[in-house]
Design a protein around this ligand. Structure first.
Ligand code: GUN
Length: 291
């Protein structure tokens, strides 16, 4: 795996450090929960196909479970698997009381309707926050299980004592996994939010206005220095794999001199996403135990 240099620049958000803090807290609470209830929180993951990055992400999630004392189960399907087979497993996992969280790694193979699959995860076990009930609750400001990446961004802001209220937030990318929930969660915190995407006419005219810029387009190096406001806070959520390396959506070296804070790729939002997933799995176990 790609070696990460130590973060020494105060403008660079050290996602691994924030994640370690969250995981330490989760581990402490898991230990106390096990002692109190004799129940160990458990996460089941479902992976379909051979997409190498997805395989790595799932592996990283299992390693995180091990670090914090959460049991994890690894379910794999071949690329050509039928939607009904995945839904069948979800139904079984929904009913198993010793499983508290269910995570379906995205993207699923193209012939499978992701939304139809996500709808079948029991909302109380939906640790990724993709079930429409949890999405809808988030939309009306009742945040329970929300998508882990935007929650990690919100957490990072609070770690740096940055209140989004009244800030200009620009989100680039309108996926259900990051862009849309990030926009809603910042709106819930009274930011002025605009969402840009592939059909936006003049991207730069928007991104230049952002106090907080969240980029999740999946286009390597999309954001250059002249598209960023002086003193902005930039979250790079993009991931492009090329030659065994990952690259973000932000041209990091170009943009760094202009920013107040920036999350790097790798070592930024990725580790925070996984730490939040651990937090959610513990919360799911507590909820299902009636706490
Ligand atoms: N694929 C990319 N990001 C995510 C995520 O946060 N959760 C899941 N399940 N799949 C993803």
């Amino acid at each position: 795996m790609q070696e990460l240099p130590e973060v020494t620049d105060p403008r660079v958000i050290d996602g691994r450090k924030i994640a370690q803090g969250i995981e330490a807290e989760v581990k402490k609470e898991v230990d106390a929960f096990v002692k109190r209830r004799s129940i160990r929180p458990a996460l089941a993951t479902i992976l379909a196909g051979e997409h190498p990055p997805s395989k790595l992400y799932v592996k990283l999630k299992h390693w995180a479970c091990k670090r914090v004392g959460i049991v994890s189960e690894d379910h794999k399907f071949p690329q050509e698997t039928k939607q009904e087979e995945i839904i069948g497993l979800i139904e079984v996992l929904n009913k198993r009381p010793e499983i508290h969280g269910i995570l379906v790694q995205l993207p699923l193979p193209k012939h499978i309707d992701e939304r139809a699959v996500m709808m079948r995860i029991a909302p109380v076990k939906d640790v990724d926050g993709f079930n429409p009930l949890n999405m809808g609750k988030m939309l009306i400001g009742r945040e329970g299980f929300v998508p882990c990446t935007p929650k990690g961004i919100v957490r990072a802001l609070s770690e740096f004592n940055i209140d989004p209220q009244g800030k200009e937030v620009v989100v680039v990318g309108h996926s259900n996994v990051v862009g849309k929930p990030a926009a809603i969660m910042l709106l819930n915190r009274n930011a002025t939010v605009r969402v840009c995407h592939v059909y936006t006419k003049d991207l730069k005219s928007h991104t230049k206005e952002a106090d907080i810029l969240i980029v999740a387009a999946g286009v390597r190096g999309l954001i250059k220095a002249d598209m960023v406001k002086e003193g902005a806070i930039v979250f790079d959520v993009g991931i492009t794999w090329q030659d065994e390396r990952v690259y973000g959506d932000v041209d990091f070296d170009d943009v760094l001199p202009r920013v107040k804070l920036i999350s790097p790729v790798p070592g930024g939002v990725g580790p925070m996403t996984i730490a939040i997933l651990m937090e959610h799995t513990l919360a799911a176990a507590k909820m299902q135990a009636g706490e």
